[in-house]
Write a protein that binds this ligand. Structure first.
Ligand code: PMP
Length: 427
């Protein structure tokens, strides 16, 4: 039972002492006050249970407070919290070997960081050093981080600041078919970055962008064009990695490509702050010309947790569960899409799913934010937490801990159906 600070007091402190932005993005009119979590469940301070289909933005990979991961953290806490990679300690090496075993050659060199932004920052630096070029291409709708550099890679205006980030990304996208996308990319090369590309960044399935997928072969063709011009290809697996897409351990494998660099975070630690960059020995050699140091990157506690996460993904077969339950969820959502005029699209793969809401199917105009907020609040009031995203905020995002079951899906489907129906009846 919760006996801590009152809800009013928390809101007061949030107003006075917290980043004012966090007040805006409380998301809900009536905020959720989280107290505890277990696997796919969260409890608020009043003891109310929620099915968590957002997982702290695709972060809780194997389940809140998963007993195995918690035990691994506890054990390590008693042994050694911190030392740096100046010294040689087993947790770091055990983890690097284990993570590397999940990658195809030549992706075998690992840098450990503390977040997705930090991983992408490092990737930018390494790409520039390796290629001698400066420009980066990212895609429309992309999100690659909130640091001054990675804001430049992010194309969603909501996250942009009026101060220059030093560079801006050249965003590509908009068209319906692969040839048009590729034509746009070629045009970008011709007009914006002739022969100067350092890197092309892409999420295998966009996260914040609203589960946006690319046409078949797009990444393959794009990688070829980038490499022909001396650039390297980076897959941002911050959301799609660690089996979330179900069919593969990494999202890039679903596109039949091998990137030159892969960045990851979120699910890597099941909620423990951690990130990584994996690259080739060749690129690592270019980077080794300078001295790179990161106090917490590869910290023993983080490595013990992440190592246990990898074991748990295997032991609990969470990738297979993502595929099975995710496919079921999408099939059920597709039925609702056919039933309601305002559900425009259901897409994604495994447990990285987007439900795009529209005014009507003919116009495909985004459902306005107030309407999105109403449905969203209703879903929450009935006990399910989902996310919102995409360029116009028109897409519900579903990316639960990978331990959810078909019964959870049935519960969510009943709730979502009811919320959409409620909205249709009210308007
Ligand atoms: N890349 C992607 C694809 C992300 O979704 C995010 C976070 N939403 C980031 C990078 C940045 O990660 P972090 O917030 O850990 O810096």
């Amino acid at each position: 039972k919760y006996t801590g600070m009152s809800k009013d007091r928390m809101i007061e402190i949030r107003r006075q002492n917290c980043n004012p932005m966090t007040m805006k993005v409380t998301y809900y009119k009536k905020p959720v006050f989280i107290h505890q979590g277990y696997m796919q469940w969260l409890w608020d301070v009043d003891g109310r249970r929620y099915l968590d289909l957002f997982a702290g933005v695709a972060t809780v990979s194997v389940g809140h407070c998963h007993p195995k991961v918690t035990a691994a953290a506890e054990q390590q806490l008693k042994k050694l919290w911190h030392t740096t990679s100046i010294y040689v300690y087993p947790t770091l090496h055990e983890y690097c070997e284990k993570l590397a075993s999940h990658f195809p050659d030549p992706l075998k060199v690992i840098y450990l960081t503390n977040s997705g932004s930090e991983s992408n920052d490092l990737a930018i630096l390494m790409a520039r050093l390796h290629t001698g070029n400066n420009d980066i291409i990212t895609l429309r709708g992309s999100y690659h981080g909130g640091s001054p550099q990675t804001i430049g890679l992010t194309s969603n205006a909501a996250y942009k600041y009026p101060v220059a980030s030093g560079f801006d990304s050249t965003n590509v996208g908009h068209c319906m078919a692969n040839e048009q996308y590729i034509a746009q990319l070629k045009e970008t090369f011709a007009t914006s970055v002739p022969n100067r590309i350092a890197a092309f960044f892409g999420e295998p399935i966009q996260g914040v962008g609203g589960a946006v997928q690319y046409p078949k072969n797009y990444l393959k063709d794009a990688y070829k064009l980038v490499r022909e011009r001396g650039g390297i290809c980076v897959a941002d697996e911050v959301q799609t990695g660690f089996g979330r897409t179900g069919s593969h351990f990494w999202g890039f494998q679903g596109h039949d490509v091998i990137p030159d660099m892969v960045t990851m975070a979120k699910g890597i630690g099941n909620g423990f702050p951690m990130g990584a960059v994996v690259t080739t020995p060749e690129i690592a050699a270019s980077f080794a010309k300078g001295l790179h140091f990161n106090t917490f990157g590869g910290n023993p506690l983080a490595c013990a947790v992440a190592s246990s996460v990898l074991d748990t993904i295997r032991e609990d077969d969470t990738q297979q569960n993502s595929l099975r339950v995710g496919t079921y969820l999408m099939t059920e959502l597709a039925k609702l899409r056919d039933k309601y005029e305002i559900i425009g699209d259901v897409r994604g793969k495994g447990l990285q799913i987007g439900v795009e809401m529209v005014r009507d199917k003919a116009s495909r105009d985004p459902l306005p934010p107030e309407a999105m907020a109403e449905i969203f609040e209703d879903v929450k009031d009935m006990g399910v937490l989902i996310g919102k995203g995409a360029i116009y905020g028109q897409t519900f995002r579903i990316k639960p801990p990978m331990c959810i079951t078909k019964e959870d899906v049935d519960f969510f489907m009943a709730v979502f159906d009811k919320s959409v129906r409620n909205y249709m009846e009210r308007r």
